[in-house]
Design a protein. Structure first.
Length: 677
């Protein structure tokens, strides 16, 4: 398992995949010593292709390093959340949530889901310079190792390592970070698959070139423009950009059939230009309450307060007591009201001032026009109506905005803007709808608050059969809080408080899981008769502990020295070993593995594989395994896989000798015997 991977990674190189392709299709171009004969390769191509030495390409510091990272096998194991996965709503679910680094997550997924994912949507860090992206990996290469693996000089090797070790938000660091993940994502896509990537102006141009490199510019579909804000801010003195881009690439454009006639492909921006700083003035009516951050605070008549679009002048003294209203209120977004409307709302006690000195209106029913437009009101009696999801309205609805996404969070999580800059569910639903398919796997490996998962669930209400795979880094929020200050620290504290209230660990992935569960409950409440898959299987990617690594290093496998080491199995746990192996062997993460008992010994069986993990395999159990092969017509696993640390050399030899008997039976079976470490 892990030890086997160490050996593979020790000998891999940045161009390993490309070399394997060349060896497969041009074996005659490799010399006896394994070197590549470029001149002979040119002869193969000379009739059809003019080989040149210069060309147009995207170059950045660390590109070959990024290529190297894509070839390394993941040195993590897949730990199933058994308590969660065995719950009734999750036991048979085909949806997947993975907590862990998405680089490892993609590598594990490729073992079972390569070419099986129809749609990928990601909203990666934008590298705006505000600190939301810092490159930092845990690959401990030395300067000498990097020089050898990448065939580069010492100075360049040091520059690359400096980029990875100190943490960087440079363009090169961001491109290096994205390159590895997009390269793996491409292999995850089905031949008719598509990837949507949200991005803003900071890295849009670089991302386009990167995707041309990885997906081939011939597979570029479009750059969609999404209006993330309804209006620009009146406080802006220049151009306010209220749009973001969504780059769309197909795995193979000739096989991709979606998007036609469905979206506006214009790349027009939506600036709001303020020719002057003139702003309308509003007068705050008297008697407005406040939830200001200080317990006791007084604003005097005539003082100015802001609602983000205009100055508001306090009409009468405002006294804040305790700073928090006694009841929770539904908070509307940044809507703009005239003076008459403000007076009307004030008379109805609907206005109040936030802790950040913004004016807000209290509403009994949210003005959110996103998903609500897709709900049909059912029942006319007062206080007894419900809503029914109407997928047919999706095409006529809008694409959602940041304000809509904030409202979605508040409706589900009870917090205004719990996560920063989330995407609206409606946006993802519209993208999924443009693909014109009923069944598909949707992957988001920058899952965040799991908007994509909710979009999949809501799409399934009307007869779709989408499945999702979410991957989210389990970032330690407590550590982030200790390292941050100001608004960032306040935001992280809000996340931690929310997780405490819901008895969850202080990691970012817990937010997404909570959101999915609440969205599923909401959908069930809206559609009591629905039978769609509302659950998910949860897995965590874990690195071996230092003690386990020491045990792996010290374990000997020679005939004279090999002894069992039960502590290694105890460290990993049998469920983790089986989950990792079953996925690596192509069966996926949601498959059911049958437990078989041979003379009291538990083994695990799935189609072509029989897994032996536990120690103390008696001769009686070996005999019963052979008998089952001989007598059970449906039992024909071609591979017997053993957890090497659990067996002595004598036990392995005994099993091998008995398996040879099967060659002489009517089944004439040839069993592959694989000991994994």
């Amino acid at each position: 398992m892990i030890k086997d991977i160490w050996g593979i990674n020790e000998n891999t190189s940045a161009n390993k995949k490309e070399i394997e392709v060349l060896k497969q299709h041009f074996p005659a171009c490799f010399k006896k010593d394994g070197s590549f004969d470029l001149e002979r390769f040119k002869e193969y191509l000379s009739e059809d292709i003019n080989v040149v030495h210069e060309g147009y390409e995207l170059k950045f510091l660390g590109k070959n390093y990024a290529r190297l990272l894509t070839t390394l096998e993941a040195e993590t194991v897949i730990v199933p959340n058994e308590e969660h996965n065995q719950k009734e709503e999750n036991a048979n679910s085909e949806n997947i949530y993975i907590s862990g680094d998405n680089l490892d997550g993609l590598k594990h997924l490729l073992k079972s889901y390569a070419k099986k994912v129809k749609c990928i949507y990601i909203d990666p860090p934008y590298n705006t310079g505000s600190g939301e992206f810092i490159y930092n990996d845990n690959f401990n290469f030395s300067v000498e190792e990097l020089m050898e693996r990448l065939s580069i000089g010492e100075e360049q090797a040091r520059r690359i390592l400096d980029l990875t070790k100190r943490g960087s938000a440079s363009h090169s660091a961001w491109l290096m970070f994205m390159y590895t993940r997009l390269q793996l994502a491409r292999d995850l896509l089905s031949e008719d698959g598509v990837i949507f990537i949200s991005i803003d102006d900071n890295e849009q141009a670089n991302l386009k070139l990167l995707c041309d490199d990885i997906f081939d510019e011939q597979n570029y579909i479009s750059e969609l423009t999404w209006q993330k804000k309804k209006k620009g801010s009146y406080l802006a003195t220049g151009i306010t950009n209220i749009k973001e881009s969504i780059l769309v690439y197909a795995k193979s454009k000739s096989k991709f059939k979606g998007l036609i006639g469905e979206v506006n492909r214009s790349t027009e921006t939506y600036p709001c230009v303020n020719a002057s700083n003139k702003r309308e003035t509003r007068v705050i009516p008297p008697g407005i309450e406040s939830r200001y951050r200080e317990k006791n605070f007084t604003m005097k008549k005539g003082e100015v307060i802001s609602d983000t679009t205009m100055n508001l002048i306090l009409h009468s003294d405002l006294i804040i007591e305790n700073g928090i209203l006694k009841k929770e209120l539904h908070i509307e977004g940044n809507w703009r009201y005239g003076q008459d409307a403000m007076h009307e709302y004030a008379l109805n006690n609907e206005l109040y001032i936030t802790r950040d000195l913004y004016l807000r209106r209290i509403v009994t029913e949210p003005r959110y026009k996103g998903l609500k437009d897709l709900l049909l009101r059912v029942g006319e009696e007062e206080n007894s109506y419900s809503y029914e999801f109407n997928y047919d309205n999706l095409q006529a609805s809008g694409w959602g905005s940041n304000e809509d996404a904030d409202e979605e969070q508040r409706l589900l999580l009870g917090e205004q803007s719990l996560m920063s800059y989330p995407k609206p569910v409606l946006l993802i639903m519209k993208l999924l709808a443009t693909l014109h398919v009923k069944d598909m796997v949707v992957c988001d490996f920058f899952s965040g608050s799991a908007t994509t998962a909710e979009a999949v669930l809501r799409s399934n209400i009307n007869g779709k059969n989408f499945k999702y795979i979410m991957v989210q880094l389990a970032e330690d929020l407590q550590k982030r809080s200790e390292e941050s200050s100001g608004d960032e620290k306040s935001n992280v504290t809000r996340l931690i408080n929310f997780l405490d209230e819901n008895k969850r660990k202080h990691t970012l992935d817990e937010i997404g899981q909570e959101r999915i569960i609440r969205a599923a409950n909401k959908i069930k409440e809206e559609n009591p008769e629905t039978t769609i898959d509302l659950g998910f299987k949860h897995f965590t990617l874990a690195e071996p502990t230092a003690d386990t690594i020491n045990d792996l290093v010290e374990f000997k496998t020679s005939e004279n020295e090999m002894i069992i080491n039960n502590t290694i199995l105890d460290d990993f746990g049998a469920p983790t070993v089986i989950s990792t192996w079953v996925n690596n062997d192509g069966y996926g993460l949601t498959t059911e593995v049958e437990t078989l008992t041979f003379a009291g010994y538990e083994a695990y069986y799935k189609e072509k594989h029989l897994y032996l993990v536990h120690p103390e395999l008696p001769n009686k159990a070996i005999e019963e395994i052979i008998v089952k092969y001989e007598t059970d017509g449906d039992f024909n696993p071609e591979n017997i896989i053993l957890f090497g640390y659990s067996f002595t050399w004598t036990e392995l030899e005994s099993l091998k000798i008995n398996i040879k008997r099967l060659k002489d039976t009517e089944k004439n079976l040839r069993i592959n015997f694989d000991v994994r470490y």
